[in-house]
Design a protein around this ligand. Structure first.
Ligand code: FMN
Length: 255
């Protein structure tokens, strides 16, 4: 293929790596406002803006949250820990103030809509943070214990803690690199889905995957085995197999 077009944004996207070790340098209120303000400009379904984000800096609260999800230094030691909340509570109030009822909030479409909007906004925020020289990591692990998270954060009905995100100045000693992705030919289809499209490139991917983890001191890893462990067993869900009950607790019946 001829040389691909590029841009500062594409370069930044291609330089992404999750950061799990941070310097003690704080993330300022101005940086936080710039990051979240940028994320607010991301596309949002029907402009419903169904998310809120809670910025946590208090060391004891971070420690309690971290303990509730298995104790992760990247939560406890993050200068700021963000919890991205699917927030239909605001929209419920708006509907009720007009004499209506949140008559569709029990539908899975609105759970999906919230999750999609949050994913889009949160990734926009992470990219904005990276553009400022910060780094971070998504923390889906908060869904290992949504009840404790909801209680700790005082979430009302129709508000669900969807994903966390640690943000800070990357510790240069962390030493992680760019984790390889599947070759483009494995994921980009043309006109119709082709179920065999990824197969010719999988060996090549396994090689680069193994090489990456060997370089990190973990030889012998395989992407296929990782997928099987994470998605092929209930244990791999780390408690998230009861997610519909957790969602229901917060008013997201997901029917
Ligand atoms: C929705 C989501 C949830 C994630 N949850 C966690 C998590 O709980 N803990 C963690 O260490 N990394 C988590 N990650 C980071 C992924 O493991 C990481 O993005 C992936 O392995 C690719 O590595 P890279 O981001 O360094 O390229 C999460 C990523 C996403 C998108």
């Amino acid at each position: 293929m001829s040389e691909l077009p590029t841009s500062a944004v594409i370069d930044l996207q291609r330089a992404h790596r999750s950061v799990r070790k941070f310097l003690d340098t704080p993330v300022t209120d101005a940086q936080l406002a710039a990051i979240i303000g940028a994320a607010q400009h991301a596309s949002t379904s029907s402009n419903l803006q169904v998310w809120s984000v809670i910025a946590i800096r208090d060391a004891e609260r971070k420690a309690r949250l971290s303990a509730a999800i298995g104790n992760h230094a990247y939560v406890t030691h993050a200068p700021v820990f963000l919890v991205w909340v699917a927030d239909l509570a605001r929209n419920a109030e708006l509907i009720k103030a007009q004499g209506g009822e949140p008559a569709t909030f029990h539908l899975i479409e609105n759970t999906l809509l919230s999750g999609l909007d949050i994913g889009i906004a949160a990734q926009s925020a992470l990219l904005a943070a990276e553009s400022l020289g910060l780094g971070g990591v998504f923390v889906g692990g908060i869904r290992n214990n949504p009840a404790v998270l909801s209680a700790e954060l005082g979430l009302p009905k129709y508000a669900f803690p969807m994903v966390g995100m640690s943000i800070g100045v990357p510790d240069p000693d962390e030493g992680t690199g760019l984790k390889p992705r599947l070759p483009l030919t494995g994921v980009l289809h043309h006109e119709q889905y082709d179920g065999d499209r990824w197969k010719p490139s999988i060996e090549q991917y396994e090689e680069s995957y193994e090489g990456y983890f060997a370089g990190q001191g973990h030889p012998g890893r395989s992407w296929a085995r990782t997928v099987a462990k994470r998605l092929g067993t209930i244990e791999g869900m780390h408690g998230r197999h009861t997610m519909r009950d957790s969602l229901r607790e917060q008013g997201f019946d997901s029917e």
